[in-house]
Design a protein around this ligand. Sequence first.
Ligand SMILES: [Fe+2]
Ligand SMILES: [Fe+2]
Length: 355
Amino acid sequence: MSQLVARTALRALLVRVGGNCNIVVMPVSAASVVKSSEEITKQPMRIHGFGDFEIESKHVQGNFNLKWRRMSSAMENKDENKEENPTVETVKKGQNGGDSVAVPSYWGIEKAKMKITRKDGSDWPWNSFKPWETYHADLSIDLKKHHVPKNIADKIAYWTVKLLRIPTDMFFQRRYGCRAMMLETVAAVPGMVGGMLLHLKSIRRFEHSGGWIKALLEEAENERMHLMTMMELVKPVWHERLLVMLVQGVFFNCFFICYVVSPRLAHRIVGYLEEEAIHSYTEFLKDIDDGKIENVAAPAIAIDYWRLPKDAKLKDVVTVIRADEAHHRDVNHFASDIRNQGKELREAPAPIGYH
Ligand SMILES: [Fe+2]
Ligand SMILES: [Fe+2]
């Protein structure tokens, strides 16, 4: 293997020199090339800014092999072909990754997968998100901010949300765990629809989005994480699952049409929905304080996602989710305000990076 890498590296070097006369060739031995690549892969790879986590670079070996291989992709080599014969490996999935699964190893995906540990040395168990996607929620955010309806679109949005609240209140009453879980299935839709439509617009018009695609998709993902957290606390029964399917089918299509017709109205509706979400989570917290809902231990996924202390409770989780909702409220009212001025979203930089 080391001979192969050395030969490949030298060939690539010669090819590059032939194509570019400005390159200065330094005497270098094949052995030193191999040694340096091995040394690099043995070095611990640290990701700065995430002090609680460490990534072991030995698991990145596959990347280096791929790099060398790409440089000599036109060159036939029997040894290399032999290496690419597919073998099957059993990959153990993490806590949220389901059962073990047999996969052909030659794609290099699992080899390239980085091993991530927490500060205490325990394995990072989540496949669905990584440490650099976790964050501290902004608990200083103003929870009482309200957009006073100013024009026809605002009023339509405001009263649409007020009307939607009536059946929700009737159905769930004060069962806030169940209510939160069901509402998060809806809340994760608008960001995805808006992000998707802006994505299509961007590639259709050959123009940047100003970061808004990312901001809206971040919102959708954040809402989905709220749902994944709630799923640890409340298990939906079959008729609730059926209701989710029906509501998703109706809401997705209605919101899609609304966004195509009037992004200003669509964002305003989401802004008011988020105001209602803040109200619901505030009531949730009141019931926890009054002892009507047991303040159980926070799910492990929530502790990692919001960087909560290990002894965090349900109240801490609801508090950070409420702060997220306040952020979504501000993002969507902001977006609606931009459209209200007759401007495109991309004309105002998107608030990305909160999540
Ligand atoms: Fe949410
Ligand atoms: Fe939200």
